[in-house]
Design a protein around this ligand. Structure first.
Ligand code: SF4
Length: 354
């Protein structure tokens, strides 16, 4: 596993790399200058399971707001800076736990050095990010287009610039909205560096297509043992990013905890509103702190058998519903009481377990 051998990097109160758990990042979409709105969003993301938060820092006012924001949140705060090296320095002076820059758009080596010197003084990690949309012209020409090889060369060139300035407290990210190019770039760079990798499919799209692209891209990369932190980028609420990231890690067996709901696809035997029921169950279990599998099945004929691998399940029938534990029917209730019966079972399961 590559991620077992990456360099450990401390970001605020969390450590990534070296086989530490993969952390979930998201990014606020409030104006960072609006401290109250930004803090409120970060607190709701923390509650949902966000481990690291990034805020855009496009102005000096935003950089200064970081010190107020940081006092009111509990997870590491990353400042995202483009173009203006003074904003990167101000963000660190105002308590950023990490900064994300693309050295390619920061300007001269002197400016990059000023940023690196401040990071060095405060031991703040720098995430060096490159993006397929801003790959240097020479690399596009060298590789006859935007390619995984070009992205890797671009990222490593920038890392070397910072290393030559005597700093190696670094994280690398390579972003592309082309899922297969992104996966290939991560395979290549994981062979060439031991810096932790922040992984995400950029500009993945709206909730529907963004989730599919991210699940496939992150799935391919993470399954190969690559990736120390992740972000699911969605054109949508950051809360959805965190929920999707948690689900991706859990599906890959990289994170424990949380109720997993499995449900049948419905068929001609279904006699209840299974789609509605499954959605209600999924919402209901969100706050239940169990690490179990719950099955929601559409018929009493095949439901119990098909729910065998779940810890607990329900199967709906013609006006009646069954409560199932490990494939055995333990209770028969009117269909209208099915959801409440399941909830009561889960809550007492919870009490028994704790
Ligand atoms: Fe059809 Fe029953 Fe299987 Fe659901 S559990 S797909 S309703 S047979």
């Amino acid at each position: 596993m590559y991620r077992d051998h990456t360099k450990t990097i401390k970001i605020g109160n969390r450590v990534i790399g070296g086989g530490n758990p993969i952390l979930i990042q998201s990014m606020t979409n409030t104006k960072t200058e609006d401290v109250e709105a930004t803090v409120a969003q970060i607190l709701s993301l923390e509650k949902a399971g966000c481990d690291i938060i990034r805020c855009a820092v496009p102005t000096m006012e935003a950089a200064q707001a970081l010190s107020q924001i940081k006092k009111q949140i509990h997870i590491p705060l990353v400042a995202d800076i483009h173009f203006d090296y003074r904003l990167a320095i101000a963000a660190m002076e105002n308590g950023a736990d990490k900064i994300r820059i693309n050295p390619g758009n920061i300007g001269s080596k002197e400016r990059i050095k000023a940023v690196v010197d401040t990071a060095k003084e405060r031991n703040i990690p720098i995430r060096v990010g490159v993006n397929s949309g801003s790959l240097e012209k020479e690399l596009v020409e060298k590789y006859h287009g935007v390619t995984a090889e070009g992205l890797v060369e671009s990222a490593l060139d920038k890392v070397h610039i910072i290393e030559e300035m005597g700093y190696d407290n670094l994280v690398i990210s390579i972003k592309s909205s082309d899922v297969l190019m992104c996966a290939r770039a991560h395979e290549l760079i994981a062979e060439k560096t031991q810096y932790p990798l922040h992984v995400g499919i950029t500009e993945a799209g709206t909730l529907y297509s963004g989730n599919i692209k991210s699940a496939i891209g992150l799935g391919i990369i993470l399954y190969q043992g690559i990736g120390d932190t992740i972000r699911v980028s969605l054109t949508g609420a950051p809360l959805e990013e965190v929920k999707s990231a948690k689900r991706i890690l859990k599906t890959l067996g990289l994170r424990k905890g949380g109720v997993e709901v499995v449900s049948c696809p419905t068929c001609g035997r279904t006699k209840i509103d299974l789609i509605g029921l499954a959605n209600q169950v999924e919402t209901m279990v969100q706050d239940i702190p169990l690490d179990i599998k719950v099955a929601v099945m559409g018929c009493v004929v095949n439901g119990p058998g098909e729910a065998k691998e779940a810890d607990i399940g329900i199967a709906g029938g013609d006006g009646v519903g069954l409560l199932i534990k490990h494939g055995e029917v333990v209770k028969k209730v009117p269909e209208t009481e099915l959801l409440d019966t399941l909830r009561a079972e889960l809550l007492s399961w919870n009490e028994r377990e704790s």
